[in-house]
Write a protein that binds this ligand. Sequence first.
Ligand SMILES: C[S@@+](CC[C@H](N)C(=O)[O-])C[C@H]1O[C@@H](n2cnc3c(N)ncnc32)[C@H](O)[C@@H]1O
Length: 218
Amino acid sequence: MYELIKTKDGSLTYRNTEVGATYRSLNGAESESRYVFFEGTQLKRWPTRWRVLELGFGTGLNFAVTCREALKAGVELEYVSLESTPMPRSLWLVEEPWKDLEFGSARRIGTVQLTLVDRRWQDFTPTEGCFDACFHDPFGPGPSPECWERDCFEWSYRGLTKQGVLATFGASSGARTAMKEAGFFVGSLKGAHIKREMTVASKSEQAIAEAWPWKRKR
Ligand SMILES: C[S@@+](CC[C@H](N)C(=O)[O-])C[C@H]1O[C@@H](n2cnc3c(N)ncnc32)[C@H](O)[C@@H]1O
């Protein structure tokens, strides 16, 4: 069910043969992760602590990339990730000690804390106004339509701080409309690798001022 693949930047991902999708881009798993989620949410704006809410832990690569960046920057990282269908932990693309965690409980190593919740986002309520970034990283609307609708973006809207930013590889007008309906300002950025666009969204227009505004008037 899980096929290991080496992507164009040398990093690894998996194909889920049951879903018929890869967890990251074949053009570069790690570079996509860094560009879309870490850079897209502009976590570096915050000098001492980064709080991340993720939809879709998958292989754990987004966590691994953010963890390395946090250690490099000398900031605390609090990372909460939702995963409806966890892969066997031996396959996760994270450093070994993280594989010991207990689902639903915070695992802390030094300045980094990971809470991996083995539930659907629909069955978990994030603490209100607590996250600087939301990594919106489910499968696409084909396999996971419920992750691209208004209710789902209301869920992330609830979790984010006023200046917090949601980032996603998704760029469909359906998803962007759902984000706007949830109350977000929505912006478009160039996508990773050969993709034309990706999307960022925030409660604050100013927080995504570097993005091309997408039907910004509400
Ligand atoms: C694109 S993959 C995530 C990739 C991952 N962030 C990484 O870096 O490898 C999408 C993940 O979302 C999960 N997912 C799909 N629907 C979900 C839901 N309703 N709630 C939580 N997770 C969901 C899937 O099981 C899958 O592991």
